[in-house]
Design a protein around this ligand. Structure first.
Ligand code: CA
Length: 493
């Protein structure tokens, strides 16, 4: 019996810097599985330039999983290497697959500088040179003295990088491309060429870099035994790189490791191009859908909900789509701030969790809230996750036939007891819609789990029923026995 899969991003930007997160993951493993999650994306586990304060994307040493006295501490923000390994084991024991966050675009926090001949490029067009080539002092020397060669003797030097954004000699910021280097050619074309993002940018064409990133990946697999990857910033890395790296990792592991990539673009065409280049060997987060949610939530009820899935990955290529609502970059205070307003969140989650299309990812900050910004957990989210796990099965009927009030039903299947659901939502005023649930459900009672509509609905002899929804909300209907089970298992919040 195949069950729905649900991924959860198990961190937000402002987790406490107390080193307890890995222990918390281990302690919560059972509850995570009970919540309906069977795949967890953990934050980057290796030492960042900011040491124990690093969220993990300012990568310093990928072999230091909280084991060496580097960058001011042994542990990372999340704990020690042993605690990380224990968290992974605990989750896997509960039947939760673990995804490691892979950050290979750049390095930060170098141990020393080198003098490098560089050409300065225009920030808005990285193919255009400004002025003459000149010597800069670049932070490109990574010796890892605190690790002392354990696990790997590899040391990074300027020849392994394509460029950087700081000249220590001139104390000057700029986009500096190292002489003799090219930006990646098969790459996102934003800013002319978006190979460069931050820090010392890895030259992923350089043979030593290809070998080292493969060697490290194998070491990481053999050490942690993760079940897959979340690939960071793929739009800034030559498109051939991960195609080959994933093949190497899967061959080494001897199993089909899951992979989902972060390609931050609203343009579904670029996502499709990347998927083609990667031979469809991974999922991508559905960034266009995230922005449709944002637009719908901020258009005063004037968004055309019938077009919500147009030009989204979930709409065009659901087999490779990972729809999500928010993440650690879109939350308040972060680089890609585009947080979905609270009123729309239950709507967005009902859509990503209960529709048949895509493999959804739930954000930690939505599930637990974000204390740093006084943000409460998303209302009803635990119910929606559980409905996905237990009841969102069977044929899907879509009713995206109105600019405001849209919905869908799942007819249920024979393998999942009491399965079947009806979902109605609106970005505008209250409404109702007649939807088909299935003739085999004739006479059954359905209840709105979200609590907005007090009266139950009885499915007609023809399998159809009228459903209602209040303004700016979502109603999610399940059969009587399903409702009783949900209310027994999940305390009302
Ligand atoms: Ca790059």
């Amino acid at each position: 019996m195949e069950n729905n899969h649900t991924m959860m991003q198990y961190f937000e930007w402002y987790l406490p810097e107390n080193g307890l997160h890995w222990r918390r993951c281990a302690a919560q493993a059972g509850k995570i599985r009970e919540a309906g999650v069977d795949m967890v994306w953990l934050p980057p586990a290796y030492k960042g330039a900011a040491g124990s304060k690093s969220v993990g994307y300012d990568v310093y040493d990928t072999y230091d999983l909280g084991e060496f006295d580097q960058k001011g501490s042994i542990r990372t923000k999340y704990g020690t290497r042993e605690e990380y390994l224990e968290a992974v084991r605990s989750l896997q024991t509960q039947g939760v697959r673990v995804l490691a966050d892979i950050v290979l675009n750049h390095r930060m926090g170098a141990d020393g500088t080198e003098t490098v001949l560089a050409e300065e490029m225009l920030n808005t067009d990285r193919n255009q040179e400004v002025g003459e080539d000149r010597q800069i002092t670049a932070w490109t020397r990574f010796d890892f003295p605190g690790r002392g060669g354990k696990y790997s003797a590899f040391q990074w030097r300027a020849r392994h990088f394509s460029g950087t954004d700081w000249d220590e000699g001139g104390k000057r910021k700029g986009i500096f491309r190292f002489a003799g280097k090219n930006w990646e050619r098969k790459i996102d074309q934003e800013n002319g060429n978006y190979d460069y993002l931050m820090g010392a940018d890895l030259d992923t064409d350089q043979p030593e870099v290809v070998k080292e990133t493969a060697d490290w990946g194998k070491w990481y697999l053999d050490t942690v035994h993760m079940d897959g990857f979340r690939l960071d910033a793929v739009k800034h890395i030559g498109f051939d790189f991960y195609r080959e790296w994933l093949k190497t990792m899967r061959a080494h592991a001897g199993r089909e490791l899951f992979a989902v990539g972060e390609y931050w673009s609203k343009d579904v065409g670029r996502l499709k191009y990347y998927l083609d280049a990667l031979e469809n060997s991974l999922y991508l987060f559905d960034v266009p859908l995230h922005f449709h949610f944002l637009e719908a939530a901020t258009s005063d009820g004037n968004y055309d909900m019938s077009r919500l899935y147009e030009n989204t990955l979930t709409g065009l290529d659901p087999a490779h789509a990972a729809p999500f609502v928010d993440n650690h970059d879109t939350q308040p205070g972060q680089a890609l701030y585009s947080f979905i307003p609270a009123w729309f969140k239950p709507i967005a989650y009902a859509l990503i969790l209960l529709r048949e299309s895509g493999l959804p990812c739930v954000f930690y900050g939505d599930y637990y809230g974000i204390p740093h910004d006084g943000i409460a957990p998303v209302r009803g989210l635990p119910y929606l996750m559980k409905i996905r796990e237990l009841y969102a099965y069977g044929k899907e009927n879509l009713y995206f036939d109105d600019a405001s009030v849209v919905g869908f039903t799942r007819e249920g299947d024979g393998q999942h007891t009491d399965s079947g659901t009806a979902v109605l939502l609106t970005d505008s005023t209250a409404g109702s819609k007649r939807m088909y649930v299935g003739r085999h459900h004739a006479g059954k009672c359905m209840t709105d789990v979200m609590g907005g509509i007090p009266e139950t609905v009885t499915v007609g002899d023809d399998g159809w029923a009228w459903f209602r929804v209040n303004g700016g909300s979502v109603s999610v209907w399940v059969f009587q026995k399903a409702w009783e089970r949900l209310y027994t298992e999940i305390p009302v919040s």
